[in-house]
Ligand binder design. Structure first.
Ligand code: SAM
Ligand code: SF4
Ligand code: SF4
Length: 371
């Protein structure tokens, strides 16, 4: 096994408290970073906890009973999240995704959804408000989420084969319960629903074609995600990545596909349509075809740190500003400065140096920063 950095609970301490500039700017206005990428999406992690232990995300050996999850007092409150989100929206964010950890574990999440769904873009439009979930609690919560104003959900499902799925989630969670969650979300109108499958070579790649077959012709859009080197605990190796081109080849051999245009600039998934007209799949090639040049995403961690890249090694402590009584104008100015200085393009650089990079830096875990 490759030698790798053992993550410490205190990797989260590698943060910089932002300096508030003395000259404040107007608390709104579109932003563009050093690579001319606008700020358009905000992913908010509402908890660093999860009831799954997916082998590629929260491996049991690291996230065990001794793991120091954040205490409740460290979490941003719903009011704090909404206040920060509102400032981001004034700066051009149009889409907010709640994530984690498992977001449905956060108590009273519907309250936060109701608060966020009241936010409007500067031109008065509603936000695209969505959530990514392992669906373990979705059947129970779908209606309340919909009623609170959630528009749609993305569900993670790595296999339809019981043994493989249980091996991936590593807590013996059954496939049927996830499928029930998907059906219920569909029934209450939380669509269009996307299904995300992380493909890990040697673990679930034999499930690529069965998953495609199962969802072909359904209202659900299946997307295959290349296994990424996020965090420092999953022991990522390049030879366990199944390139999206191979995913498309395997499915296309049985069910012919043709590539179609993206829905919008910056869409992470490449779209492929079944030639017989029975729907489409997506492939997210974060490893083999990095899309940093179009990356418009900011991430707000569970305890209020702003990350300008999924692979960042440190965040910017917005919670410190909020709890120090700083004004909206001051926080807005800090966000503007941070986004304008942004130059992250980790995946594009990784393409050049593969595994070396993963071991050279201590990256923040995905369950903490929010996937
Ligand atoms: N718990 C929720 C879930 O699983 O949907 C939300 C958080 S999870 C971190 C968000 C997404 O990240 C999931 O679709 C998950 O499969 C994906 N993910 C986690 N670790 C990954 C990795 N190493 N490579 C690629 N995708 C990963
Ligand atoms: Fe939990 Fe989602 Fe990570 Fe799986 S991918 S361990 S469900 S946070
Ligand atoms: Fe965006 Fe960073 Fe991912 Fe590139 S590596 S797409 S900059 S989050």
């Amino acid at each position: 096994m490759a030698e790798r950095i053992i993550p410490l609970a205190d990797h989260r301490l590698l943060n910089t408290a932002p300096v508030v500039p003395s000259t404040l700017e107007a608390p709104n206005g579109l932003l563009s970073d050093t690579l001319a990428r606008p700020l358009q999406d905000l992913r908010i992690s509402v908890t660093d906890r999860c009831n799954f232990r997916c082998v590629y995300c929260m491996p049991k050996e690291v996230f065990d009973k001794n793991y120091a999850f954040l205490p409740h007092s460290s979490l941003l409150s719903f009011e704090e999240i909404t206040r920060i989100a509102k400032i981001f929206v004034a700066h051009g964010v149009r889409k907010i995704r709640l994530t984690g950890g498992e977001p449905l574990l956060r108590k009273n999440l519907e309250k936060l959804i109701a608060m966020l769904s009241d936010l409007k873009t500067p031109d008065g439009a509603a936000l695209d408000l969505t959530l990514t979930t392992n669906a373990s609690l979705l059947a129970r919560k779908a209606q309340a989420l919909k009623d609170a104003g959630l528009q749609r959900v993305t569900v993670s499902l790595d296999s339809l084969d019981e043994a493989t799925f249980r091996r991936m989630n590593d807590v013996d969670f059954p496939v049927a319960d996830v499928l029930r969650g998907i059906e219920e979300a569909h029934r209450v109108g939380l669509g269009p629903i996307k299904i995300n499958m992380v493909v890990k070579g040697g673990m679930n790649d034999q499930e690529i074609v069965p998953m495609a077959r199962y969802f072909k012709g359904s209202p659900f859009i299946l997307r295959f995600i290349e296994y990424m080197d996020v965090g420092a605990s999953n022991g990522w190796k390049m030879d366990e990545v199944i390139p999206s081109a191979e995913v498309v080849r395997r499915i296309g051999a049985e069910m012919p596909l043709q590539e179609i245009e993206p829905n919008y600039t910056g869409e992470t998934a490449e779209r492929w349509q079944y030639k017989d007209g029975s729907g489409e799949i997506g492939v997210i090639s974060s490893v083999t075809q990095a899309f940093c040049h179009d990356c418009t995403r900011a991430r707000l961690s569970t305890e209020g740190k702003l990350y300008t890249c999924l692979f960042a090694t440190s965040g910017h402590d917005l919670r410190a500003l909020v709890r120090a009584g700083r004004s909206d104008e001051e926080i807005s100015t800090v966000i503007a400065h941070l986004w304008r200085a942004r130059s992250d393009r980790y995946s594009e650089l990784r393409t050049a140096s593969t595994e070396g990079l993963t071991q050279a830096v201590r990256k923040v875990e995905m369950s903490y920063i929010g996937g």
